[in-house]
Design a protein around this ligand. Sequence first.
Ligand code: FAD
Length: 521
Amino acid sequence: MTDTHMTDNRNIRSILIVGGGTAGWMTAATFARILGPDYAKITLVESDEIGIIGVGEATIPQMATFNRMLGLDEDQFVRETKGSFKLGIQFVNWGRIGHRYFHPFGRYGLDMKGVSFHAYYLRLRQLGEAPDVDAWSLQAMAARDDKFMRGIDAGNSPLSDIAYAYHFDAGLYAEYLRGWATRRGVRRIEGRIVDVARNPESGLVESVALQSGAAITGDLFIDCSGFRSLLLGQSMGVAWHDWSAWLPCDRAMAVPCASVAGITPFTRSTAQAGGWTWRIPLQHRIGNGYVFSSSFCSEEQAHETVLGAIDGAPLADPRLLRFQAGRRARGWEGNVVAIGLSSGFLEPLESTSIFLIQAAVTDLANLMPAPGGGPPDPRLAAEFNRLFAIHYDRTRDFLVLHYTANARHGEPLWDHVRNMALPDSLAHKIALFRSSGRAPDYKLGLFSRDSWLAVLMGQGILPQAHDRLADRAPLDEVAERLADLRERIATNAAALPAHAEFIHGYCSAPRGSADDKAVVA
Ligand code: FAD
């Protein structure tokens, strides 16, 4: 290891990544790919004894961008992680019991004459002349019939632009990235960190001590130690922003079960009395879990609910996980940058944690100063922290939206979240939509405008007015264009292959491991 210490940003020579979960190995792989061996020596310490959380199994479409950046072959990735494809999330019983809606990836319809599709849609809907908005999403229509295909080059056909993400086995993904990164020069050290040494004057971290007695020094430390937040939280003492007032779920009970015939190309989220259950279909099993609030549901009730919600035989005993919603005040402090669960946690309702890792590691790689160049610039950390806050805070607002707009009257958790005071930023977004049909449209951070629309309308929030720009086209023309588009989407969706058939054709995982109770049916 190097003896140099990073007293400023000019001489980064040694980067130490603490932790080898999804965050640690995504960071190591990105650095190996983007920074290259001449930039810095990259070392990762992980402890098999402690292990990883291993439950992140559903993603959003940005994951494909990440894999492409690494140059991973998609079929090989899906095969190796026993994964499947995901076109969106089905929400069951969220608005009210018996109701369901779909949050599809990608866009609804097509904009016309410079005016957003949703403005026209809302105009027709207010006149009672438009069915559910799903009819204008190829993803939603394909998911309805368990169909899937990657986009093809087909001009302005809806088939040219199919947005999708993956479900995968998180343990296998970390293993896969570990192999990828170590083959490209990342050094891996196995050991349990028992102490963190900081310079008494500068406050910067100088080294970590292993149980074996060895000390590992570094210039820049990436804290990927999971919920423990060994460096940023425990050692640097960066404050925690607690968001449990808005997101009261603080436990999860996870249990895999045997597959059933067919593989749904979507995640299902079903609202329950004390939270919600997830269902994530992989090739060899289904991942399930119950995210619940300990103030509204006991562990015994959660155990019973999750086992009652699964489709196949359980493959393990339900496993309890504890957490709190929130984030660190800053993700970068001194020479420590936290990525992954060490930086914050938002429940997996929209599968955002892995994206938050990806966003942080990409921002960090973009803000990393060139070795030996320029004066120390604290604005790098300030810029990282600005982006860090945007990603987390906008994601938080989006999740809280699912809870607050519910009509599950008489159920303590749901009454509580319906009546709680909202973050100002979310209250503004809801008011904006209610009054004028305009939805948030951000260039940065999650989620896109159409994702907001899916959940706003899905949870039963409808605007009192539509964007008046939609009145510029004659009503007949609008109705005709939308009907035509809807027809084309329905025809194309119907022609897609079954999701299971697609996997079988391109990326079927070999059978064999002990928990492989069923593969693609
Ligand atoms: P971990 O996996 O906990 O890894 C921490 C690493 O640090 C391990 O290697 C550990 O050995 C090491 N370590 C810790 N302490 C020490 C020490 N003292 N010495 C040495 N090494 C140490 N995300 C999604 O995107 N989609 C989902 O569907 C999703 N579902 C989730 C469901 C639940 C119930 C939970 C709790 C999380 C979910 N997540 C999901 C989040 C996702 O699991 C995490 O974001 C992801 O796994 C990254 O975790 P991590 O690498 O930060 O931490």
